[in-house]
Structure formats: C-alpha cells, structure tokens
Design a protein around this ligand. Structure first.
Ligand code: ADP
Ligand code: MG
Length: 697
C-alpha cells in the first residue's frame, strides 16, 4: 500500500469536507502528507493546574473540575456561550463562539471533566476559549504525558478541524498503516548515524511515549530530511557537471581591455581581482556558471558585474542585469552608462514603467542583438522579452528573487546562460547550499581603500533635539541626510501616515533646508524627480522608506537616521547603513528607538553599534531571528522543503548528513548497489513531486 497515493478523504474520520480543508489550508492531500505533518510543539498532559494558580500569560494548561452553569450572551455574530467552571480553588469562564448548541447538549453540568486550553485575560477575567474537554477516563486510555499540538488555521477551527481533531485523525491513520512502516534509509546509514527506525520515529513524533524517545524521533526525522536534501543537491550538481554545458567565453577582447585600460576610474581591490579571475576561469571552462557573489555593502560588486558582462560581449553574447527595484535599476543604468562612456556598448533600461512605444523598440533591438547590455527589474523575465543571444545573467541583491522567477531566465536562450547572483546579505556556506542548491561561491572580503568606518549610535526618542542640532551642523558643513521610516506590509496604512507626518515634521523642523521624499507607492516619474533632487544635491534631507535600501549611491550623504529602528531586521539595518560612508567624510548612522524596547531588542540593536561587518551581522541575525526569508525561498511547495529541521539550529546535523551523502555517492555514484535501492527509491519518490529546480541555483 502506497500511502502517498491514498487520498486523505478516505481516512477514518475525514470525509470530503475535511479533506478539502486539509487540501486548501494545509496543502495536505495524501495519507503520507498527513503522516509527515508533525506537531509544532508538545505539551505535558500529565500536569493538572489549579484554577487559583493560573494567570493570563500561561501557555496551554490542563484543569480538572466541573461546569456549574451555561449562559449565552450577545446576538448574531457576537453570540457566545459561557460556562462557569470550577475546581474548588476558583472559577474560570469557558467560552464558545461556534457550535453553541452542540456544546450545551454534549457536556453535562456538575460532571467531572479535564479541560485543556490556553488561558487569556479578557476584561479583567481569565477565560479559555474553545477548550478541549475530555472525561478523565478517556484521557488516561489515550495515554497522558506528552501530547502534540498541530498548527491549524482560523478557517479550519471554525469547521471543528482543530489541533485535537487532527490528532485524532492521525491516531486513526497510525492504527491502519502497515506495521512496521517501510524503511526509507538503508541499514548502514541507520546504523552509522545511530538512528531509530522510521516506524518508531513516525509513531513517536505524533504520540511520544516519553521525552527521550521524542528526541530520538526528532533526530531521526531531521537527519533524514537533511540527508535527502543534500543527496538531491549533490546528485543534481553531478548531473549538471555532466550534462549542462555552458557557453565558452574563451577570450578577453576589446570591450574588456578597453574598459580596463581606459575607463576604469580606480584600481581594483585585490578581492575584486581575485573574484574576477574566479569568474573568468568559470565562464571559460565550458561549464555553465552558477555562482553566488557575496560582498558587503559598498565592496564594489557592481564593477565586478560590469566586467563580467564585458567578458560576454567580447565573445559575441548579450548580458543582462536584473535588480529588485526601479530606483536601483535606474541607478545601475546611469552608473554603468557613465562607466562605459566613450565605448561602443549599447546599454538599455527596461522596467515596469518603460512606455509601450519605447518598450516595443527595445524588444526589437534586443532580439536583433543591437542591445548589448539590458538592465532592468522583474520586467526582464516576462515572456515577450527575447534575446538574440543571451550569455550571462547577473542578479543583484538576490534575496528578493525566488527560485521560480530565476528559472524563467533559464528559458531565454537555447543553453542556460551563465548566472552570477550577487548579495550583500552573506549567509553561511552550508546554508547557501541548502537553499540555493549547488552554487560556487566567490567572496569580496575587502572594501575599497580610504573608507572611514561608519559610526553607529543608538539614541532614544527623548534625545531628538540634540540629534536635530547635529543634523543641522552636518548640513551646514555641506553634507546630506537620509531619514528612513519603516514601511512594513501589515501595518501599511499606519506606517504611511507616520511617513507623511514625519515628512511634514521634518520640513517644519528644518525650515531653512530643502527636504524631499521618496517611497515605493509614488508614481515613477515623481519618484525619479525626488531622487534626482537629492542626487544633484539640491535637497539636503531625504525622507524615505526602505526603497533606498539597495543600491542608492550618493557619496555626499553622511548621516543616516533610522526611525523606529527596532522594527527593522539587522540585515536590513546594515543595508540601509550602507547608503552612507560612500564618500571621504566621516559618516554616521543613528538608530532611533522607542524607550520601551525589550532587552532582546536592545541587544539586537547593540550588535549594529558594535559591528560594521555584514557577515558577522548576518550570522547574528540568523541566530536571533531564524532563517525567515531564506526558508521561505526553499519552502514554496517543494517536497524537499523542511518540515522539521531548521537550517540554522540544525546546521550540525546538516553538515553530518551532507558528509554521509557525499560518502554514499563516492562509493556508489549511481546508487546501483542492492543495499542502496531503498535510498534511490526514496530520492526518486521525493523528486517525482517536483520540477527540476535543482539545476537552477
Ligand atoms: P556594492 O557592492 O554595495 O554593490 P558598489 O558596487 O555600489 O558596492 O560600490 C560602492 C562604491 O565603491 C561605488 O561608488 C563604486 O564606484 C566604488 N568602488 C567600487 N570599486 C572600487 C575600487 N576598487 N576602488 C574605489 N572605489 C570603488
Ligand atoms: Mg550594489
């Protein structure tokens, strides 16, 4: 019996309605999907609290007592049922907003129940909404002790598909699956990695017999997950090496040489030279390049990108540079155009706001090969964009491009073009491999000479007056100032108001200076005009959102003030800070925070004060906040998505799993040996669910 082919809807206690919810809300379709839907945490159901002990801050708890009466309140949508519940040490309200009739009929007054739920404080009283209710004897038959909690959605809860209901379905499923469930790792690996069997792991991850076996179950499942991720990457890497030939940029020609000898405005740093050699070796080798270029903000990645593109031009290919925002596209366009001044290179810009007529012309010139370098935003990967002969794709600030978007680029030429992904948010190598597949990595670990480290200062709201004095002095000395406000999706309306109020307030406070404003929602022409006022030096202060986070380059700006700094992630703060310190003057980054921030937040912000090193900050951010976006990139519907392992916290297990996978492939690259069939089968099984995404990093 293949559990992956067994439709959920036929499982005991499911049926078509619940199955549909599980499909839609949790992306679960088969019995196997459900079996691999693990609890997100466990609570100890052996402990019973007294009502007098509890407060509104506790996690899930258990009480043992009786309902003394039911009462309903409100009308229509506000209708709710409240049960008074007591255990002799006090009273608590149990509250229901749905299924009122069912509850009143099912539960008897003055009968002994075990209730389970999360206490919350509401208008001065503690209540538990939609508690689980069991008879004491029911509970003991299910086995007390550790009980799993499953994530569900609001919609599921209103249809009575809560954590407990899922647990019940899983319980039913586990009774019917073959015993033991078929193994998915070979006996050697199980022995070498000291793992428990899959059968034992799956049963205990849902219904742990004790904390010790739960830990072993978690370890087994994490290991297995990471092992197959690594095995998959390693196999694809091998296939890519064997099959995926790349264009050969065999020569360094006039474009590159002219640029190097005549146009290059400064000496390259040693790190830039080394990275260019790495890229050159790669694109000349006949193998397709798939490379991540990491370099801190301001380390000069743009120049490396440009010179890599010139290598393509020298060999008769076109190049494109893709960036996440229009502002950045414009900036790159301007700066690359000026860097190439006097050279016969046709550079064009294509973004969402390129006018139709212009666009049509561009597309034709692109197809005929008249355009050498195309710079743009997402617009570049849209269907009608056809190149004559695209040889290299450069992706800047790549953390904003998903795998799916990148894979579209793949189809722009007969063979996959070389790909260089640039990022200023460095991530540990093991992490990069897991998230982006098998990439080669180049690092610019040196800043251009003459940069003064930016001084970062944490200030609380109440010191605003002093700060304004400081800003005034800086402007009088000829500098320019950024003031950044958070604009974050969820609370956009309010944030927007803050931004506009801030703008008015700054204009008022700095009447003698000129202030401009830029944010993402502005029409492009207006945005450009405001940007231009700042770039030209006409405006002294720019009030902005994080749209300026990437790329914007105004060397005369020496102060960056970040309002509500506590609301930004560290990597984002580091990016923002990178907008200053680009000129010869001492630069400052002032983090303004509310007085009320927590100790954790203070610690986070103090990392910014202490360090200017993007690598260090990225690692600290990862530790503090978890992989966030990175994991998001990996998870979009991918069967290799991590269900239990955490790429940061479990990095040791990941390294171990990778070593095991490497060893295995060293001995048996094709997985042809008898005792490896089990692994081959499982790998194919996992791969069957997916497109060939591994080939694009
Ligand atoms: P990032 O890596 O953040 O994209 P940029 O490419 O924007 O950095 O470069 C930052 C600034 O440093 C630019 O003004 C650029 O002209 C300058 N720069 C780049 N390389 C060098 C170098 N080798 N020497 C001096 N300045 C450089
Ligand atoms: Mg850049």
């Amino acid at each position: 019996m293949d559990l992956s082919k067994q439709d959920l809807k036929y499982l005991p206690g499911v049926g078509p309605k619940k199955a549909e919810l599980l499909n839609k809300e949790l992306n679960l379709f088969s019995a196997e999907d459900l079996l691999y839907y693990f609890p997100y945490k466990y609570i100890d159901r052996s402990k019973i609290f007294r009502i007098r002990e509890i407060d509104g801050n506790m996690p899930y708890i258990q009480l043992n007592g009786r309902i003394t009466f039911f009462e309903t309140f409100g009308e229509g949508r506000n209708r709710r049922l409240v049960a008074k519940f007591t255990d002799g040490t006090g009273f608590i309200d149990l509250v229901w907003f749905k299924g009122l009739k069912f509850v009143v009929e099912k539960y008897k007054l003055n009968k002994d129940y075990i209730i389970f739920g999360k206490p919350t404080l509401f208008s001065g009283r503690i209540n538990i909404a939609h508690p689980d209710i069991d008879l004491p004897e029911e509970l003991s038959s299910k086995g007390a002790g550790l009980s799993g909690l499953y994530n569900t959605t609001e919609k599921m809860k209103t249809h009575f598909l809560n954590s407990k209901a899922i647990q019940k379905i899983v319980f039913g499923l586990i009774q019917t699956v073959p015993q033991p469930m078929p193994e998915t790792l070979s006996p050697e690996i199980i022995a070498d990695a000291r793992l428990i069997s899959l059968d034992e792991a799956l049963r205990n991850i849902h219904f742990p017999k004790n904390p010790d076996i739960l830990r072993k179950a978690e370890y087994r499942l994490k290991f297995e997950e990471l092992f197959y991720v690594q095995l998959n990457i390693l196999r694809y890497a091998k296939e890519r090496r064997e099959k995926s030939d790349g264009f050969v940029f065999g020569k360094i020609g006039d474009y590159f040489n002219t640029f190097y000898t005549e146009n290059l405005p400064f000496e390259l740093t040693n790190a830039q030279k080394r990275v260019l050699r790495e890229i050159r070796a790669n694109v000349g080798s006949g193998k397709q390049m798939n490379r991540l270029l990491q370099g801190d903000v301001g380390s000069g990645k743009t120049l490396v990108a440009l010179m890599s593109m010139l290598m393509a031009l020298d060999n008769g290919y076109q190049a494109c540079l893709m960036v996440p925002t229009e502002i950045l596209a414009n900036q790159h366009f301007e700066s690359i155009r000026s860097l190439l001044e006097g050279m016969n290179v046709k550079v064009e810009l294509l973004t969402g706001s390129t006018k139709k007529k212009k666009r049509t012309g561009l597309l034709a010139e692109l197809q005929s090969g008249d355009i050498h370098i195309l710079i743009g935003t997402h617009a570049l990967i849209e269907e009608p964009v056809q190149f004559h002969n695209l040889g290299i794709v450069i992706i800047d600030e790549q953390h904003r491009f998903g795998v799916a978007q990148r894979s579209k680029l793949w189809k722009k030429n007969i063979r996959p073009p070389h790909v260089l992904v640039m990022t200023a948010t460095p991530i540990p190598r093991t992490l990069a491999m897991t998230v982006y597949g098998d990439l080669d990595v180049s690092v610019i670990d040196e800043l251009p000479p003459g940069r003064k480290p930016i001084q970062t200062i944490l200030r609380f709201e109440n010191k605003r007056a002093g700060l304004y004095e400081f800003i005034r002095k800086q402007i009088q000395a000829g500098r320019q100032i950024y003031i950044v406000y958070p604009l974050i999706q969820e609370s956009e309306k309010m944030d927007f108001k803050n931004l506009e109020d801030g703008y008015e307030h700054i204009k008022e406070a700095f009447k003698e200076f000129r202030v401009c404003m830029v944010h993402g929602k502005m029409p492009a022409p207006e945005k450009d005009a405001e940007m231009q006022r700042f770039v030209s030096g006409e405006a002294h202060i720019m009030v902005a959102t994080t749209v300026i986070e990437v790329g914007v380059n105004v060397p005369n700006a020496s102060v960056m003030v970040i309002e509500n700094a506590e609301r930004f992630g560290l990597s984002q703060l580091h990016q923002l800070r990178g907008r200053v310190g680009r000129g010869a003057e001492q630069s400052y980054c002032i983090l303004l925070a509310s007085y009320k921030i927590s100790a954790d937040t203070r610690k986070r912000l103090s990392i910014m004060v202490e360090s200017n090193d993007g690598f260090e900050i990225a690692e600290a951010d990862l530790k503090l906040r978890g992989p966030g976006d990175l994991e998001g990139t990996l998870q979009s519907g991918d069967p290799f998505a991590l269900k239990i392992a955490d790429i940061v916290r479990d990095s040791q297990i990941m390294q171990f799993a990778r070593n095991m996978a490497e060893q295995l492939l060293d001995h048996d690259p094709e997985l042809n040996k008898d005792n490896h069939q089990i692994i081959k089968k499982q790998l194919m099984h996992l791969r069957n669910h997916t497109e060939n995404w591994g080939i694009i990093s």
